[in-house]
Ligand binder design. Sequence first.
Ligand code: NAD
Ligand code: UDP
Ligand code: UDP
Length: 317
Amino acid sequence: MRYGTTKKILVTGGAGFLGSHLCERLLAQGHEILCVDNFFTGTRRNIAHLLGNSNFEMMRHDISFPLYVEVDEIYNLACPASPVHYQFDPVQTTKTSVIGAINMLGLAKRVKAKILQASTSEVYGDPEVHPQPEEYWGRVNPIGYRSCYDEGKRCAETLFFDYRRQHNVEIKVVRIFNTYGPRMHPNDGRVVSNLVLQALRDKDITLYGDGSQTRSFCYVDDLVDGFMKMMETGADVTGPINIGNPGEFTIRQLADTVIELTNSRSKIVYRPLPPDDPRQRRPDISKAQAILNWNPTIELQEGLKRTIEYFEKYVRL
Ligand code: NAD
Ligand code: UDP
Ligand code: UDP
């Protein structure tokens, strides 16, 4: 039962990097948050500061098993996001994406909740179209090392659209492009956390391949704004909608910026490129601009400064 404008909101993967920021922002709006996480890549530390808030509840649970709770909205973020973590147990990654989506959609159907899916730019695979608009169907290897994640997320999108067509569930699908910021897992192998930690420790900076591949990096606060704006839209807005920062950088440029901002003595070393590593990635965000009136506001330099500040404290621990 709803009281006033306070909503009961389920955030799956709420103890992870993006989920913990989202929980914080939703709590600040006065909502009741149920954070569900199996702590595979998330940590209690990410949400320790929220545990004393009477509107915040933490539940240890794996979403590939059914979950019976009463909520008004669901943000489905549970899924390891970094290649190192999602390839650690690839079968579990697919189960989390696919069976997890079925369970969360079954829940949304039963309690008539709006449900938002954290999808990914990986649905575009190694793209031939640049920048990537939502209409592009992608170029994805179905049997490679990244497939458990890419195909799992693609199948989750299929399930979201079929639950809408078949059961009229109110869905929102957001395709997230590389997002970074405080509380990224220090050992998850993603490029921003790797490079920042290596630079702060004056260790070699590892560039995979020749460092000429590109990515577009979105700061976490901008991403969370996009999520919340998407959830506020009417039932006719389903997405998929790209959320990311269209500023595009080579990994080499990212390394140079990190070295400069940390005054590091690190040297760059080259390592083999992982299989199926996309050559380039940049979101076309015209839909997010037109439909959500959303634009990223935090430039890479500024976002990196805030991330470096977080990891500086981490390194000193
Ligand atoms: P993360 O690994 O920090 O967070 C994922 C959270 O999900 C963790 O807390 C983990 O413990 C939890 N989890 C994993 N499997 C679970 C399961 N079966 N049941 C319950 N909890 C489970 O990653 P993140 O960067 O915060 O990513 C959050 C979501 O956003 C993911 O769905 C990811 O695919 C998506 N995404 C993130 C990015 C990015 O750049 N950060 C880009 C594209 C998509
Ligand atoms: N489910 C869940 N919580 C709920 C309702 C459903 O976890 O509150 C799960 C349920 O276990 C089922 C899945 O969601 O496996 C899909 O539910 P749906 O009602 O769509 O399918 P059905 O139960 O008919 O297979
Ligand atoms: N990368 C790199 N050095 C690292 C970690 C990653 O050069 O220490 C590269 C990686 O090969 C990829 C890019 O940086 O081209 C982004 O990698 P990440 O794992 O962060 O995300 P994704 O490949 O899923 O976009």
